[in-house]
Design a binder for this molecule. Structure first.
Ligand code: PRX
Length: 630
């Protein structure tokens, strides 16, 4: 594709079908599609209708002839000191074995398989095995605990769960099996089978008839042959749960063909990765970045992908760059938080290794502040590319695309609309389009391009009402992010319009945390807000009203209760969701109609003006917040 990003973008909107028909040539089709886009039922878009393809085929099988003996998956764990390189041929063999195991456990096309695993190679085998046989995977982040896991088991109703005895973070082993058993106990849906990978990190109690040992079954299927199942482009490849305004997580549902095409196109035009090279993303398969740009994207592009279990600072703060040097990484993807963590360490780690293979470092998932961007770009001497997108979209909405043209980047901006996305900035209340340098909600005029969510799993109405009915007067997709555009068309992200917060790049709903805190018997009511944090971007802070305020008159009682509440959140949602502080008040600031004034609480926490308070029921409630913070 020649020309400019702006020209490519314009063409992708004016001649949608022509544009995407060309991109579709980047992947293999078993049967060609009959129609590029079916948009007969807005806002539901169906891409490449009638085409038959398979994600696993495109990620693995089709590279066997040209890249069979080249690295495909590079597994590195600094937690267990393991390192293993799988060639495409070896990856293929492992995926086929895993697929055979799944089939032997009765898993077939359209069945759900929930994957609750740390960053181990077997997790990737399981995802690709599902894709191979047309089963729908739902990966749940290994940092989540029983409560979060239970609600996802309930919603996805998997026939099989794949898990491991334990994960490990910063040298601390976290046993998964007890969390999984508890989650299954809490859920009304019970999986028929559970497949356990035993890493020998934690003891496991196996449930007779339900739980199976992976290595035993693998031995039985060493020479298995499992052909790919050709799927119609719009069949479901996976669901991935994400947080929104309500406490109930949404299963973002994705297709097969559109996703494969979007990933292939973005690997070529945004990430600029070539077959035979190595790609390294430090994200986790529990998040969308892991799906798109640890597993499917790089492999579809014929690149080796590094699967890393560990932190950016162990054994020391040079580990990421050491891996770049060792595996000649050309494209890297991380989150601003990881870089902020490194910024606190000795800067010589940045220059100790030869990182000259690296063409660019991509950062996404949360706002990239200017000092961090400058620090890493000067330290590495490589281009830093900020890109903005969401679990819902699966690939970047705003970015620069150096595979099309060398658009200069601008500090603090993730760039411009990527092709396929008809991005508008709209006034929150009137829906009118705002001009340059005016704040608006970032919205996308449907149809959404290939690769974006098809619907909310099992709930088409929720898909429409959540995403397409929040801006008055027009059916447009809301990102729930505020943005602003400068005179040259560069966008800047100004934070969420809803109750979603972003802690160290992890997307969390404040409502989920509130529900968890409220389940503590001492708590009558609670409000949780996201508060700006130097390192993590944001942290959760809670303000709780107790049933018996007298119980915490003593400072030790207050501290003890705060600790107990935090442990409740740890147990139910996982440590990622643990609030930094829980303050106690006797009253929450609310409007006269009873809505908690979360934005005012947040403003006070960040030392800002609490804003318009004409609707507040009792101004004394804000004084309590102030006092608690003092
Ligand atoms: O608020 C935006 C923020 O993260 C949200 C999406 O998070 P998630 O669904 O986990 O997907 C992450 C995919 C990279 C967005 O609604 N966000 C994401 N990227 C950026 C960002 N905020 C500022 N700058 C970004 N580059």
């Amino acid at each position: 594709m020649g020309g400019s990003l702006k020209a490519a973008h314009a063409r992708s909107i004016e001649d949608r079908e022509g544009f995407w028909a060309e991109q579709a040539q980047l992947i293999d089709w078993h049967e060609p599609f009959e129609k590029v886009l079916d948009y007969s039922r807005p806002p539901f878009a169906r891409w490449f209708v009638g085409g038959q393809t398979n994600l696993c085929h495109n990620a693995v099988d089709r590279h066997l002839d040209s890249l069979g003996d080249e690295p495909a998956l590079i597994y590195v764990s600094t937690e267990t000191d393991q390192e293993r390189v799988y060639t495409f041929r070896e990856l293929h063999a492992e995926v086929v074995r895993m697929a055979a195991i799944m089939q032997s456990l009765g898993v077939g096309r359209g069945d759900r398989v929930l994957i609750y695993m740390p960053m181990v190679a077997e997790a990737i085998f399981a995802m690709l095995a599902c894709a191979r046989i047309g089963a729908i995977h739902s990966v749940v982040f290994g940092g989540f605990a029983s409560g979060s896991l239970a609600s996802r088991i309930e919603d996805a109703s998997p026939s099989l769960i794949v898990s491991a005895d334990a994960g490990s973070r910063a040298g601390k082993v976290i046993a998964y099996k007890p969390l999984l058993d508890e989650a299954i106990r809490l859920s009304s849906h019970k999986p028929a089978n559970v497949l356990m990978v035993d890493r020998d990190l934690a003891p496991m109690t196996m449930v007779e008839g339900r739980d199976h040992d992976y290595s035993t079954l693998r031995e039985r299927h060493l020479d298995a042959k499992v052909p790919v199942t050709w799927l119609e482009s719009n069949e479901v490849s996976y669901t991935l749960y994400t947080s929104g305004t309500t406490g109930r997580p949404k299963g973002v549902q994705r297709d097969v063909g559109g996703y494969a095409v979007a990933l292939a196109a973005s690997m070529k035009h945004i990430y600029c990765g070539n077959a035979g090279e190595t790609y390294f993303s430090s994200s986790d398969i529990g998040w969308v970045v892991g799906h798109s740009y640890i597993v499917y994207g790089p492999l579809i592009a014929g690149m080796a992908t590094i699967v890393y279990e560990g932190t950016p600072v162990r054994p020391d703060a040079g580990i990421l760059w050491q891996l770049v040097e060792k595996y000649r990484v050309t494209v890297m993807f991380s989150a601003p938080t990881a870089i902020r963590v490194l910024k606190k360490q000795d800067p010589s780690h940045l220059t100790r290794y030869d990182t000259s293979s690296l063409r660019a470092l991509f950062l996404a998932g949360e706002p990239l502040d200017e000092p961090t961007a400058r620090w890493i770009s000067e330290g590495l001497g490589r281009p830093i590319i900020d890109n903005y997108w969401q679990t819902e979209t699966g690939w970047p909405i705003l970015t620069v695309a150096h595979g099309i043209e060398q658009t200069p980047t601008r500090l603090g901006s993730p760039g411009m609309p990527m092709y396929g996305y008809d991005v508008r900035l709209l006034h929150e209340q009137t829906g009118r389009e705002v001009g340059a340098n005016e704040k608006g909600v970032i919205a996308i005029v449907p149809p959404l391009p290939p690769g974006c969510m098809q619907t909310v799993w099992g709930d088409d109405d929720r898909f429409v009402s959540t995403y397409f009915e929040s801006i008055p007067g027009r059916q447009v997709y809301s990102t729930f992010d505020w943005g602003i555009r400068d005179d040259d068309g560069y966008y800047f992200i100004l934070g969420r319009t809803d109750d979603v917060i972003n802690v160290a790049g992890h997307r969390l709903g404040t409502r989920e945390i509130e529900e968890s805190i409220s389940s503590h018997p001492a708590v009558a009511e609670v409000a949780v807000v996201g508060v700006a944090d130097q390192l993590k971007g944001q942290v959760a802070v809670g303000f709780a009203v107790l049933k018996d305020p007298g119980s915490i008159e003593q400072a030790d009682a207050r501290l003890a209760l705060e600790g107990e509440i935090m442990r409740t959140v740890d147990r139910q949602l996982g440590a990622v969701a643990r609030p930094a502080r829980v303050h106690f008040v006797t009253l929450l600031p609310k409007t006269r109609s009873g809505k908690v004034l979360r934005r005012s609480i947040q403003a006070l926490c960040e030392g800002r003006d609490p804003g318009d308070l004409t609707t507040i029921e009792d101004p004394g409630a804000l004084d309590q917040v102030r006092q608690a913070l003092a």
